[in-house]
Design a protein around this ligand. Sequence first.
Ligand SMILES: C[S@@+](CC[C@H](N)C(=O)[O-])C[C@H]1O[C@@H](n2cnc3c(N)ncnc32)[C@H](O)[C@@H]1O
Length: 474
Amino acid sequence: MAFNQFMHPRNIYRQKPVYEQLAREYSDFANHVYRDEKGKVHIDYGDIGALRSLTQTLLKKDFHLNVQIPEQRLVPTLPMRLNYILWIEDLLEHCRLCYQIKAIDIGTGSCAIFPLLATTLNPEWRFIATEIDPINLDYANKNVQNNNLNNRITIYDNHNIDTIFKHLVQNCHFTFVMTNPPFFDDTFNDSFEDIATKPNGHKTSFHWRKMNSASTDEAICDGGELAFIKRIMDESFQTKKSIDLYTVMIGRKKTFLELKCLLKDMIENKTLASFAHTELCQGNTKRWALAWTFDDRYQLANSPKIIHLKSKPLIHYLNPNMKCCDYDIQSIGNFIENLLLNDLHIEQFQMIKLNKRIEFDIKSNEANWKNQRRKRREKLLQESMKTMHIDTDVFIATGKRPLDNDQNNGDGQNLKKFSQSNELCKVNLTYLLHCSLIIKRDKQDIVIKMETKEMSQNKSATYELLQYFKNKLT
Ligand SMILES: C[S@@+](CC[C@H](N)C(=O)[O-])C[C@H]1O[C@@H](n2cnc3c(N)ncnc32)[C@H](O)[C@@H]1O
């Protein structure tokens, strides 16, 4: 379950469900579990019946949703679908889109999983959910009715209609569009592979098509997901601000990178206001999502995202002749704690003192470690002006001194931007910086080891903070 730690922070399935307990409570699910030689309960991830039962059972247990999924139709994996919905919630929060939320789900499947989950989590939201497959349409309608959601979710038969969604938007405004599009090209040459963990714990790579019960309509469209999403993009250029946010879930990294480049070009050509992207992680599977908008009130570029950062630990050997504090783990830990609190004003950190090491977990949305040299220069300048009896108020009030250059102005703006995003990130739980810092011995030496953690928006903040500590720990 390599990627579970990168699931959305509000995803309840970061904690894997306990199959033994589920089997005790739900008899249908109990038919699909087995015990290994140590007595631990598992399901066979290669058995579509078991996966179907798992999704139905979790929908019932965790969301009180009663759902039927027919054989020969796609079985949605719940944690991944939930990741996508939670990211959309973040985007709406970021854009302050809170009222009268009306959405379109393109290709809702038999389960109508996105509208059912999203309206259960957000009692104000309403959906039009489209489908072309007759069996899916039938089941989606029943699933909506059986859960008494027909006043909030409308299933729409898109069959025989050439456009994907733009016909729904005439004289209507929607808050967002979402879709998990059909993924395969009709040439059947797509090698869309997932990595699965066998019950014995070994990893195996398998061809997804052999593993899922999806019908041809569900899984295949001309040109695969890339062509389908390009059609959505084309239509979005006709509907523009009639929909606040356009979002898509993507199955292949290659498609994601190509679409991201397209969106970047559109931003450069000023045909689009902004766009955002994120990773959606579950178990051993990773998907991607993109969002774009034509409305420049919504600054998607600095919206919350989850990126799986493969980071190498940064290790720094401390100088035994350091003057700032004693060369022992306790003193260095206290010195760093003091810097975090009183110099960097970071309040979101934990310090754990263990027998032979001290560990910190640090989160921040303020980059106060930046521009330390400039800050020192400013302080010195102010002090020297005071002794020269020059009125420093003018400079301090405007933030401009004769020595200031564009770089300095830019940095000031950056700091402001970070503190603004602080407000937003409280809800979304992503940070400008999230890292661990460990102080420990390596033979005779003391080292600090820093590593970027999952809620960090990028890796550079960890490098910068290490640089800051290096300058202080002399
Ligand atoms: C990959 S499935 C996704 C199903 C569901 N949303 C989920 O995430 O499990 C894609 C769905 O899109 C439907 N579909 C394909 N082309 C469509 C179109 N032009 N309009 C609406 N739905 C379409 C398929 O029938 C299929 O159910």
